[in-house]
Design a protein around this ligand. Structure first.
Ligand code: SAH
Length: 330
């Protein structure tokens, strides 16, 4: 039904042991190797420190920290994967260093009043889907010692534009004529759902624009809602069918800056990219500009969903238009 969203099955989906999803994340080497490198290559940051792992899953990040000499790691996990994490910690001989705590960050009690480090892999599709960033900010405000470090500590959201005629035709315009019948009411719904998929680098028509940066150490929870302007400059004559959003994260407190990007020009990750189809096909000439703004906010009823309002306009040689579209990640 219309009201059933991620909020209803989010915690459940993990307790059904979505092995494939968990495996997909672990096998995402861009993701997991970056965290491992951050920890192993900066062991001086972790040695003798008290660490909080927010949303520990299998406990993998806690194990990395324990391995390089953290004094103690609190691995908090709300799903029943916590029971597995507990066993994994034991089987690998880290029971004295890692305490697995089963529960929501917002509800559990830690046996200590402060931690030196918070580590978490909280990023969702479109960075903000599932809204776990607020859980990290909650933990930061409650337990992180003054001057403590958060891994990662920076995130940024970007926007670009692509040519995608074939796919748009196949998936969206399909509804205009189904065996001779007009089902365009479904088209309207389907275009309002951003699509998580891999974009080929040769589809990119414009430059990329930084939309929003997030400073995890200093931002407040309200900053996950924002409106950002954009100006995308065409790099060739082409048609634009969709805008594409992606993010990167950085660990700036490392000896040397580390991080990864989920952009279409980087090695693919399980986050892929987020594609927002446009009502119009925009004909753009090299050097012309598609301007607009994007507003992002957690859905009021289901804060794990994301509402996106896209405004765009174009005043070019072959195309003049102006439009507002509403999307919802669910
Ligand atoms: N750290 C693991 C898992 C990351 S997935 C890894 O890197 O592989 C995020 C995890 O956070 C999920 O297992 C989810 O159940 C957990 N989680 C989400 N919100 C939470 C909350 N409020 N409190 C505790 N755990 C949470």
């Amino acid at each position: 039904g219309d009201d059933k969203t991620s909020a209803d099955y989010y915690f459940d989906s993990y307790s059904h042991f979505d092995f494939l999803l968990i495996q997909e994340m672990l096998k995402d080497v861009v993701r997991t190797k970056t965290y491992q490198n951050v920890i192993y290559k900066n062991s001086f940051l972790f040695k003798d420190k008290v660490v909080l792992d927010v949303g520990a899953g299998t406990g993998i990040l806690s194990l990395f920290c324990a391995k390089v000499g953290a004094k103690h790691v609190y691995a908090v996990e709300c799903s029943s994967m916590a029971d597995m994490a507990q066993q994994i910690v034991m089987q690998n001989g880290f029971s004295n260093v890692i305490s697995v705590l089963k529960g929501k960050i917002e509800e559990i009690e830690l046996p200590v009043s402060e931690v030196d480090i918070i580590i978490s892999e909280w990023m969702g599709y479109f960075l903000l889907y599932e809204n776990m960033l607020n859980t990290v900010l909650y933990a930061r405000d409650k337990w992180l010692v003054r001057g403590g470090v958060i891994f990662p500590d920076k995130a940024a959201l970007y926007l670009t534009a692509i040519e995608d005629a074939d796919y748009k035709e196949d998936k969206i315009e399909f509804w205009n004529n189904v065996y001779g019948f007009d089902m365009s009411c479904i088209r309207k719904l389907s275009i309002s759902e951003p699509l998580v998929d891999v974009v080929e680098r040769n589809q990119i028509v414009t430059d990329c624009q930084l939309l929003k940066t997030m400073d995890i150490c200093n931002m407040d929870s309200g900053d996950v809602s924002f409106t950002a302007p954009f100006k995308l400059v065409a790099e060739r004559d082409d048609y634009i069918h969709a805008l594409v959003a992606y993010f990167d994260v950085s660990f700036t407190k490392c000896h040397k800056l580390m991080g990864f990007s989920t952009g279409p020009k980087s090695r693919a990750t399980h986050w892929k990219q987020t594609v927002l189809y446009l009502e119009d096909v925009v004909s753009i000439c090299k050097g012309e500009v598609l301007t607009g703004s994007m507003s992002v906010s957690p859905n009021k009823k289901n804060p794990r969903d994301v509402d996106i309002i896209l405004k765009y306009s174009m005043n070019g040689r072959h195309c003049q238009l102006s439009r507002t579209q509403h999307y919802r990640m669910r």
